[in-house]
Design a protein around this ligand. Structure first.
Ligand code: ZN
Ligand code: ZN
Ligand code: FE
Length: 757
C-alpha cells in the first residue's frame, strides 16, 4: 500500500549533509517527494510503499550523518501526489527562525584520508572540509548559514569545487566552507618582525623551526595558539616566561592516541572524548617517567591533552612530533588573538614565527576542557566544539540574557526550551575581555535570532557584567545570587524542578547579606532558596588580595583558632613569614580594616594549603587548592574533629577545630600528604552530615552538588559516594562547568522562575 507523509524536522540539520543523506535514502527505497531547508529546520514530503517509508524514517532517525542532532520530528499523513522522483528543493525562508547552528567540527575520517592521498586534489591542503566536518560557528557572521554569510565569502569556488557543492551525491554538497588549493584559503609563514618568508613550504618550515626550539604562533579555528615542541624543556620554559604564564598548566596536542598513551593514561571514556568530533582538551593522569618537558604542567598530576582538529594541525604534527605545547595565543589573562594583524602586534614579543592563513575567524572560541570524574565526562571549560549547541530545558523559558560572573565569564541566551551557553569569555577584570563580552552577546543574539526580554546578572554590585546588565534599561532585569545560580544550573541540567538540597562549595560570590559566601548548603527549588548551613564568617584580610595571597587566609584562620597565641605555635609556615607583615595583617583583622567577611570553602582550601607550606602566593585562581588536592595521599584516614551549632535556625560550621587539627598534625611532623587527605575527608564528612540533618527535618532526598570546589575530584567523588551510601539521590554538573563558566546558565534559568513567582 502507498502513503505520503509530510515531515518537519528541527535540530542541527543544516550544513551537515542531512539533505543529501535523505536524498540517497529516498532514492534507494523508490521513495518520491522532496526535501528542503526552512528557517525552522528541514521539511520533506515522502511517498512510497508504507514498508519502505517506515524503514526510511527509522534510518533517518537512527543513523543520520554524524553531526546531525534531531531535536524534534513531526510526521503527518497527507494525500498521495503521484510524483515520480525525489528532489532537493530550494530553501524556503519563513519569518520565524529557529534552525540551529552547528559548532565547529574536527576534520572527519574521509577528509583525512584525502589529505594524505597524493592522488587527491586536496593532498596536503590545510583547509580540506566537507559537510561532516570543518569550521562552522567561528566563521559565521549571519544566518542563514550560507557561504556569503561566512568568512568564506572572500573566496570564489573553482569549477571543481562548484560542481561538488551542487552535486547532491557529493560529500561537499552545500558544504559552505568548501575549498581546494586552487580557490581556497592559503597558509603563510612570517617571521617575528612580520616579514613574509618566501620560497619555503610554510608548514614544513614551521615544523623545522619548532624542532629547533622556536615558538610558533599558529592560527587555528577559534583563535591563535602559541606552540612549542613539548619535549624541549628549554623551548617550553621560554614560552612560559614570554607568555607570563608562571605555573598554569599548558595544553598538549599529539598526532594520535598512541603518542598520547606514551605519556598519559587514558581510559575508554577519555579516549572517546579525545577522538570525539568536538576534540576538547582532556585532562589525563601523567605517566612517569615521560618525555614531556617538566614545565608543561608543573605541580600537576594531569596533562591537558587534545588531538588535532584542523587539517593544518594534522599536517604539522605529522612531521614527527610526540606532542606540541598548544596554549592560547594571548598574554596571560587577555582574550585569545584571532586577527592576523592583531596577532603580529600582540604576540610579537612572544612568538618567533607566525604560521597564519587568510580565512578570517569571525568570533573567537578557546579550546574546551573536559575531565572524566566518577565515570562521567564533565565540562571544565565549555567552548570550541560545543558552542553554540543548545542545552535542552524541561520547559520553555522567557527569552533571557544572563551575564555571568567575573572570572571564567560566559553569557547565556535562552529561547523556548533551549539555553545557548556562550564560549569561554574569561576574566572580566581585563578591559579587552569586556569588549569580547559585549561582542559575544551581540554575535549570539544575531546568529541565534534572539531578542531577550529579561536580563539576569550577579548580585555583586561591582562586576562589569552587572554594570552592563543595569545599562540595558529596555529589558527587565533581575539579580541572581551567585550560589543559587550554581545550584539552579545543576538542577536544570538534570531536569529537576522539585525542592532539593544544594551543596555549593565555591570560591567567592556576593551574598544576600553583602558578605562573601562560598561554603553553603541551601534548600530550594528553581525560584527560591533558604540558606540552611554555611561556614562561620571569617575576615579576608585585604579583600581580593587574600585570594591572590593565601598566606593571608592562613593567618586569618589561625587567628580565629588561637587568638593572640597564634604566634607561639611552632609552625614552619609562620616562621618563614616576615613578622612585620604578620603584625600588619593582624592589625587589619583586629581593627576590621579592609577585612570583608567570608564563608568561602575555596578560601579554606587556600588557607590550609598555605599553612602546610605549599605556597603563599598564587599565580592563578585556585592554584593552591589544586596543589593541596594533588599532594594528598590515598590512604584511609580519619577526619579532623569538627563542630556545628545552630544559630537562628541556620547550621553554622566552625572551622577552628579543623584548623587546630591541621596545625597540630604539622607540629607533630605528620606528612603533608596525609594532612591533605584528612582535610579532604573532613569536608566530605561535614557536608554529607549536614545533608542528613536537613533530610531529617525536611525529608528532601535529592542533593545537588555545584560550585568551583567540585572540580576537586576527591571532594566530588567522595561526596557522591558518601551521600549515595546514605540513600540520597545525587546530582552534579556534567554538561555545564561546576565553576563560574556555568554560572550564566543557572542565572538564566533562575531568572525565569524567580520572575514567575
Ligand atoms: Zn570531512
Ligand atoms: Zn576549488
Ligand atoms: Fe562561583
Amino acid at each position: 500500500m502507498k502513503a505520503r507523509y509530510h515531515i518537519a524536522i528541527q535540530g542541527i540539520v543544516q550544513g551537515v549533509g542531512f539533505r543529501p543523506f535523505v536524498y540517497l535514502q529516498a532514492r534507494n527505497r523508490n521513495i518520491s517527494g522532496y526535501v528542503n531547508n526552512t528557517s525552522l529546520g528541514v521539511e520533506m514530503e515522502i511517498e512510497g510503499e508504507t514498508g519502505a517509508l517506515e524503514n526510511f524514517l527509522q534510518v533517518v532517525q537512527d543513523t543520520p550523518p554524524p553531526i546531525t542532532n534531531i531535536t524534534s520530528i513531526r510526521i503527518d499523513p497527507i494525500p498521495l501526489h503521484f510524483d515520480n522522483k525525489f528532489s532537493i528543493n530550494q530553501s524556503i525562508a519563513t519569518g520565524k527562525r529557529s534552525a540551529l547552528i552547528s559548532p565547529d567540527i574536527a576534520t572527519c575520517k574521509d577528509c583525512l584520508q584525502e589529505l594524505k592521498d597524493p592522488s587527491d586534489r586536496r593532498f596536503g591542503y590545510s583547509f580540506i572540509n566537507c559537510t561532516n566536518c570543518g569550521p562552522r560557528y567561528t566563521i559565521i557572521n549571519e544566518i542563514p548559514y550560507d557561504r556569503h554569510n561566512t568568512s568564506m565569502s572572500d573566496f570564489q569556488m573553482c569549477v571543481s569545487c562548484y560542481e561538488e557543492y551542487h552535486n547532491p551525491l557529493s560529500r561537499r554538497f552545500h558544504a559552505q566552507p568548501n575549498a581546494c588549493p586552487v580557490c581556497g584559503p592559503q597558509v603563510f609563514l612570517y617571521d617575528g618582525e612580520g616579514n613574509l618568508m618566501e620560497g619555503v613550504s610554510p608548514v614544513k618550515e614551521a615544523a623545522r623551526l619548532l624542532k629547533e626550539g622556536m615558538i610558533v604562533a599558529i592560527k587555528g579555528l577559534g583563535g591563535f595558539h602559541l606552540t612549542a615542541d613539548a619535549v624541549l624543556e628549554k623551548a617550553v620554559k621560554r614560552l612560559r616566561q614570554k607568555k607570563q604564564r608562571d605555573e598554569k598548566p599548558m595544553a598538549l596536542m599529539s598526532p594520535d592516541l598512541s603518542a598520547i598513551t606514551r605519556y598519559a593514561w587514558a581510559n575508554d571514556v577519555e579516549k572517546e572524548a579525545l577522538l570525539s568530533k568536538e576534540r576538547p582538551i582532556v585532562l589525563l593522569v601523567k605517566k612517569s617517567p615521560n618525555n614531556i618537558a617538566p614545565s608543561v604542567a608543573p605541580g600537576n598530576l594531569y596533562f591537558g591533552v587534545m588531538l588535532p582538529y584542523t587539517p593544518l594541525h594534522h599536517f604539522i604534527l605529522n612531521f614527527g612530533f610526540e606532542a606540541l605545547v598548544v596554549t592560547s595565543g594571548n598574554l596571560s589573562e587577555e582574550p585569545i588573538c584571532i586577527d592576523n594583524e592583531e596577532s603580529f602586534e600582540r604576540l610579537s614579543g612572544i612568538a618567533d614565527y607566525f604560521l597564519i592563513h587568510n580565512r578570517d575567524i569571525c568570533i573567537r572560541s578557546d579550546d574546551s576542557i573536559v575531565a572524566c570524574v566518577s565515570g562521567s565526562l564533565r565540562q571544565i571549560r565549555r567552548s570550541r566544539g560545543f558552542v553554540p549547541a543548545p542545552i535542552f530545558l524541561k520547559e520553555p523559558l522567557i527569552s533571557t540574557l544572563a551575564c555571568g560572573g567575573l572570572l571564567k565569564n560566559t553569557v547565556c541566551l535562552t529561547k523556548e526550551n533551549k539555553a545557548f551557553l556562550s564560549q569561554h569569555i574569561g576574566n572580566l577584570e581585563n578591559p579587552e575581555a569586556i569588549s569580547f563580552f559585549e561582542s559575544t552577546i551581540n554575535h549570539l543574539k544575531r546568529i541565534l535570532h534572539i531578542e531577550p526580554q529579561t536580563i539576569a546578572y550577579d548580585l555583586h554590585p561591582d562586576y562589569p557584567s552587572t554594570h552592563y546588565a543595569l545599562k540595558q534599561t529596555q529589558l527587565s532585569s533581575i539579580a541572581v545570587q551567585h550560589h543559587f545560580a550554581h545550584m539552579v544550573g545543576c538542577m536544570a541540567e538534570h531536569g529537576l524542578c522539585e525542592e532539593v538540597i544544594g551543596v555549593v562549595l565555591d570560591g567567592s560570590g556576593y551574598g544576600l547579606d553583602g558578605r562573601i559566601w562560598g561554603g553553603e548548603v541551601f534548600t530550594g527549588d528553581l525560584s527560591s532558596f533558604e540558606r540552611k548551613s554555611h561556614f562561620e564568617y571569617l575576615p579576608m584580610p585585604g579583600g581580593t588580595m587574600a585570594i591572590k595571597e593565601p598566606w593571608r587566609m592562613a593567618v586569618s584562620y589561625l587567628y580565629q583558632a588561637y587568638g593572640e597565641d597564634l604566634l607561639e605555635k611552632p609552625l614552619p609556615f609562620l616562621n618563614k613569614l616576615d613578622s612585620n607583615k604578620i603584625e600588619i595583617l593582624l592589625k587589619m583583622v583586629r581593627q576590621e580594616i579592609n577585612c570583608p567577611l567570608t564563608s568561602s570553602c575555596g578560601r579554606l582550601f587556600d588557607g590550609v594549603a598555605a599553612m602546610i607550606g605549599l605556597r603563599n602566593i598564587v599565580s592563578f585562581e585556585g592554584q593552591a587548592a589544586i596543589e593541596l588536592e594533588m599532594i594528598q595521599s590515598r590512604e584511609e584516614t580519619s577526619p579532623y574533629p569538627f563542630e556545628t551549632y545552630n544559630k537562628n535556625g541556620v547550621c553554622l560550621i566552625k572551622h577552628h577545630p579543623v584548623i587546630q587539627g591541621v596545625a597540630e598534625d604539622i607540629i607533630k611532623g605528620k606528612r603533608i600528604a596525609e594532612i591533605s587527605r584528612r582535610f579532604h575527608v573532613t569536608l566530605i564528612e561535614v557536608f554529607s552530615g549536614i545533608c542528613s540533618k536537613i533530610r531529617d527535618e525536611s525529608s528532601i532526598e535529592k542533593v545537588v552538588l555545584s560550585g568551583g570546589v567540585f572540580q576537586n575530584r576527591t571532594i566530588l567523588s567522595g561526596m557522591e559516594e558518601q551521600l549515595k551510601q546514605k540513600g540520597f539521590k545525587v546530582y552534579s554538573n556534567i554538561l555545564t562547568p561546576a565553576n563560574d563558566g556555568g554560572l550564566s546558565f543557572g542565572q538564566a534559568v533562575a531568572a525565569h522562575y524567580m520572575n514567575l513567582k
